[in-house]
Design a protein around this ligand. Structure first.
Ligand SMILES: NC(=O)c1ccc[n+]([C@@H]2O[C@H](COP(=O)([O-])OP(=O)(O)OC[C@H]3O[C@@H](n4cnc5c(N)ncnc54)[C@H](O)[C@@H]3O)[C@@H](O)[C@H]2O)c1
Length: 323
């Protein structure tokens, strides 16, 4: 298949592109490199450095490479930044996304998979979260992803076949590509930075109504996530015009303390950390149900242990080439 991956130089995009190329697909990456890295684009994929907002450039790219399906991973995705600069989020994630959809219409490409987020659910009062739960995002990041997802669904009027994947935290690495965000807001890379002599980790809250007092979150290995995206791309081939929405989760989740303990085992030494107060708006547990993903995509996590996720991220940080 000939696939355009927007945001394919970012963390999730890069690992997915690597696996698509390995599976024999022809991949074009469209990425401004605003938070991505040129050296994260797998050999064998073609990089074009346009924005999804540049409709004419996207139409040209789709036509030139005779693209059959789009995987849309490009986005701004920092919750805190979205609170202080919502315009950036609505412009990039919504206006940019709609420009992409219109470019697809113009180039007669009618299949898209969207890397959404479970932040669209906001702070649900029970878990596991199902796709039928109300969407009530509590920040512009989640709101912008939801707005785009909704537009994408309505484009069924033009024959669009779309799948939206909603998930929480992603962790781990492939053999070659992993997480390199700046600033880094995710737990696992920040734990590993602390292990390497960086700033000590702050655990936000140890008085939650959970077994060990720390918050429980869902984690997916980035390779499992890449597989889900590829399964979703396959689904768009057979489905009628319309939209499928699937949560991707572990179905159970891990507490921050469990993640710290696992990291201590992987690294082989204690992780410097301190406890701070809860952050506003951080619920005790966020876990997504996997039932629909299993039914519709035939997908469930294959690398669900913390050791696999943290171990792969840690392995990628080790110096190479000495063997
Ligand atoms: N990392 C997570 O834990 C997580 C969790 C849930 C959802 N997501 C979603 O997954 C997607 C990828 O996340 P990530 O962690 O890989 O982020 P990332 O920042 O590493 O990757 C995003 C990529 O998009 C590119 N980009 C941004 N704006 C662009 C534009 N206008 N045109 C073209 N390229 C543009 C960036 O340069 C970057 O390479 C995002 O849509 C995010 O909302 C991520």
């Amino acid at each position: 298949m000939r696939i355009l991956v927007t945001g394919g130089a970012g963390y999730i995009g890069a690992v997915t592109v690597e696996r698509l190329v390995l599976a024999g697909h022809q991949v074009v990456v469209l990425d401004t490199l605003v938070t991505g890295h040129e050296d994260a684009v797998a050999p064998g994929a073609t990089l074009v450095t346009h924005s999804v907002r540049d409709r004419e450039a996207v139409v040209r790219t789709l036509r030139e490479h005779r693209i059959e399906a789009v995987l849309h991973c490009a986005a701004r995705s920092l919750v805190g930044q979205s609170m202080s600069d919502p315009a950036l989020y609505f412009t990039e994630n919504v206006v940019g996304g709609v420009a992409l959809l219109d470019a697809m219409r113009e180039a007669a490409v009618d299949r898209i998979v969207f890397s959404c987020t479970a932040a669209v659910y906001g702070e649900p009062d029970r878990v596991p979260i199902r796709e039928t739960f109300p969407t009530q995002p509590v920040n512009p990041y989640g709101a912008s992803k939801l707005a785009f997802e909704s537009a994408m669904g309505w484009y069924r009027a033009y024959g669009l076949r779309s799948v939206s994947l909603r998930y929480f935290n992603v962790a781990g690495a492939s053999e070659h590509y992993g997480e390199r965000h700046d600033p880094e807001t995710h737990l696992v890379p920040n734990i590993l930075r602390a292990a390497q002599g960086g700033p000590a980790l702050t655990v936000f809250g140890d008085d939650y109504p959970t077994a060990d007092g720390t918050a429980i979150r869902d984690y997916i290995h980035v390779l499992d996530l890449a597989d889900a995206h590829i399964a979703a791309l396959a689904l768009t081939e057979d489905m009628p015009p319309g939209q499928q929405i699937c949560n991707l989760g572990s179905g159970s989740g891990f507490s921050v303390k469990q993640v710290l303990d696992a990291a201590t085992r992987v690294v082989g030494s204690p992780i410097p950390h301190a406890y701070g107060p809860r952050r506003e708006g951080d619920p005790p547990a966020l876990i997504a149900s996997n039932d629909k993903a299993e039914e519709v995509l035939g997908w469930r996590p294959q690398r669900g242990t913390l050791e696999e996720m943290i171990g792969s991220a840690w392995a990628l940080l080790q110096p190479r080439g000495t063997g």
